[in-house]
Design a protein around this ligand. Structure first.
Ligand code: FEO
Length: 386
């Protein structure tokens, strides 16, 4: 339960949620952290808090640096309760603390906690002086809620980025000095499942942060970036601009394996064309892991048999999730089998249309496809791959 020094007088004092396995529907196999940061200056300042059940852990870390009742200012970069959940508890200790937040932050915190706290509302371009440091604010609406903002300390060349650049990754290590492949993969999963719908706002935030001299990025989840900022920025540029790799995903569920056979016939076509493929059966892959693959895939092929004139519920659930996360600029193929009434493939095409995907092909087969039909599907798909 020790604090971790980031720069002179700036400490990580967050909480580690080793057991977390679900974050609003996103499976977090590696747990998560909620990162709070303590700045010891003339005004003692805490940036964000932790989920309520990790309050004791945060307070123990703070207490090893300073008496928590001496905290003057809390900066609330984001209302969501993984970062604000301990505010009511710390307010009981640091009774006169002022909470610095964005306009939507003030409204959101009042709606969440129904408390008459002392707020200072800040906007992009505003800053506060806490002694040696001026802390500047940039609003980053919809990264991840309307209230989000980031806080910059020019003195430390340090950006407290809140949800942006985060990863759900519980670890005893605090910095990106090791295991960069794992950290980037978790940052990718986080982007795909949390940040993706707000890519336009991410591009704006990257533009706004461009002129800042940043040596360290301290997000509110996971590892702190100090060594691999170039790799992080390169990936954020790629993800936020919807840039993909030459990769095809074949995402499907099947009842009597007819749709499964079509899935493999499509996979062969991509393989024959030299396109990397991933077979993703919805019975054995979680939708949040599939979304991580979607983030970098140019081709999205989705298949379902028809059940009661509809898709299988697994496919329908995935499509609902996909539509909400709104990836763009994808090429798509819908496929599936049916017995006596068609339905699933048209339903899949409707979702592709609402996502503005380019439909390359739709493939339907009655009952069981034979070898000749499967070969024909492979040839047909080879023909539409660009
Ligand atoms: Fe980590 Fe949007 O909360």
């Amino acid at each position: 339960m020790d604090p971790v020094k980031i720069t002179d007088d700036v400490y990580w004092v967050g909480g580690i949620d080793w057991d977390l396995r679900d974050f609003h529907g996103y499976i977090t196999q590696k747990g998560s952290t909620y990162n709070s940061y303590l700045i010891i200056d003339e005004k003692i300042t805490l940036i964000d808090t932790v989920k309520h059940y990790l309050f004791d852990e945060m307070i123990e870390r703070i207490s090893k640096v300073v008496d928590p009742s001496k905290i003057d200012t809390i900066i609330s970069n984001h209302v969501e309760m993984d970062h604000s959940g301990s505010l009511p508890l710390i307010k009981k200790i640091a009774k006169n603390v002022e909470i610095v937040t964005s306009p939507h932050g003030e409204k959101g915190l009042k709606r969440h906690f129904k408390e008459d706290w002392k707020f200072k509302v800040v906007k992009t371009g505003d800053s506060i002086n806490i002694g040696k440091r001026d802390l500047a604010f940039v609003q980053t609406p919809m990264v991840h809620w309307p209230d989000n903002m980031v806080t910059y300390s020019g003195y430390d060349k340090l950006l407290f980025s809140n949800d942006a650049f985060g990863q759900h990754y519980a670890s005893s290590e605090r910095f990106d000095d090791n295991n960069i492949e794992i950290i980037i993969e978790e940052a990718k999963k986080y982007y795909a499942n949390i940040v993706l719908p707000y890519s336009k706002q991410v591009r704006k935030a990257l533009e706004d942060a461009g002129p800042l001299d940043i040596e360290i990025i301290a997000p509110s989840h996971g590892i702190i970036w100090r060594k691999n900022l170039d790799i992080l920025m390169e990936n954020y540029q790629k993800w936020s601009n919807n840039k993909t790799d030459n990769k095809a995903l074949i995402i499907y569920d099947t009842m009597w394996n007819s749709t499964g056979k079509i899935a493999y016939a499509i996979q062969r076509a991509f393989e024959n064309r030299g396109v990397a493929t991933r077979m993703l059966n919805l019975k054995s892959n979680h939708i949040s892991d599939i979304m991580t693959e979607v983030l970098s895939a140019e081709y999205i092929c989705i298949g379902s048999p028809t059940l009661n004139k509809n898709m299988l519920p697994t496919v329908s659930a995935f499509l609902t999730y996909l539509k909400g996360l709104a990836p763009q600029n994808r090429k798509a193929i819908a496929f599936g089998s049916y017995g006596w009434a068609q339905g699933s493939v048209n339903d899949i095409c409707d979702v592709f249309e609402s996502c503005k995907f380019e439909l390359l092909d739709k493939i339907t087969v009655q009952f069981i496809p034979d070898e000749e039909e499967l070969d024909e599907i492979t040839r047909k798909v080879e023909g539409v791959i660009q």
